[in-house]
Design a protein around this ligand. Sequence first.
Ligand code: ARG
Length: 482
Amino acid sequence: MARKNTTARAAKSGSNRRSNTMWGGRYKLGPAEIMEKINASIGFDRRLYAQDIAGSVAHCDMLVAQGILTAKDGRDIKRGLAQVKAEIESGKFKFSTKLEDIHFNVEQRLTDIIGPAGGRLHTARSRNDQIALDVRLWVRDTIDKVEAMLQDLQAALIDRADEYSSTIMPGFTHLQTAQPITFGHHLMAYVEMFGRDRSRFADCRARLNESPLGAAALAGSPHPIDPRKTAKALGFDRPMANSLDAVSDRDYVIEFISAASTTAVHLSRLSEEIVIWCSAPFRFIALSDAFTTGSSIMPQKRNPDAAELTRAKVGRIVGAFVALCTILKGLPLTYGKDMQEDKEPLFDAADSLELGIAAMTGMIRDLKASPERMRAVASADYSVATDLADWLVRKVGLPFRQAHHVTGRLVGIAADKGIDLDKLSLEEMQAVEPKIDRSVYRVLTVEASVNARKSLGGTAPANVERAVAEARRRFLGKAGGR
Ligand code: ARG
């Protein structure tokens, strides 16, 4: 009676399809259309096919080595998996939403190719440890790719810093002209940031490098499996110690997206600077036709779209971070289908990050600085005032606070007259501080200002050249200098 009711209800909801072949035993009916729609992940998790198949090969080898599968079954399974992989890569593979996800799609096709032995592959395994493995492998592969891309971005920045090591520009605080700096020094600041980003990805990689295989559904397996074998075969440091943790842990997704978020913040800050530097009031740099777009109405426009889009990507990436934490919070151990919702944000964050890094690398290689323009702005607005105060400390022996006041008065006089500090006469200066002599003029140029800043990590061209050589060694694995 109860069964009849269920059947009638299912029929009414439009579900009269055959039951899922993967759990056919208990199921008489197929899913409602909307059930299939909300449940299926094959539309996006097909991206995991290579990791899924690599995991299956390792699992199969282990089952054979442990005497759980015959050598013949093992050979057939591996031959079948190789064919499935080739079919997917040639675009011939027919993915089916009815088969829900990448695991079932691969297994069903494997069984079509090699027969019932295909069904033996899933011995001592569950889709729960399988998906945990696939995503782990995918994140690991992606980290390796991102790491190499960040290194390439650093290489571009270091090359340009080398080229512009003595190019003077205004350094800003509050986006107000503060002190003269060198463009090379500014670019090298980002080399440090991306270096820290790389180390965050490396940390994440080291921590994620444990294999969840062998946890099966959640509790482990009664078969005489050897999780150490699969872990080793897949390049993991060790199997995970706790089967419940193995199937429910997605820390590595959170960590990856967290590292991606920090990197995206850095990319966004540099993008914003590029947008500012390209704007008409600044004109510090220009991007070529290759990295700008025109306007459909204003013929004179050159818009830095790539920088704007890279600036915005951070929104999606941080959004993915929030999504992941929100999905996982409050999720009881162990696996919950909620976890399937990790993939789209993860993939989108990774894609956005890779695009942003690649676009930024392109822009850095493409940009052309305008040293005259940068220097002109750097020498305006009394940017060498601190140099004058420092000179008063060193040469006249004034306490810094007093030197600050004397300099302030001199800046006030110059500003009233609408002239630069070095255009004040010696008499005008001595009227404020009698001990000032002619040698003061030597510190009142932007060149003198940057050359003097040789303290560790300072902006002097000589420092930048040294930093460039060191960065090549630290980040690019190259011998210093050129
Ligand atoms: N598609 C699932 C996911 O992405 C795979 C694991 C499904 N496991 C299960 N017991 N339904 O998480």
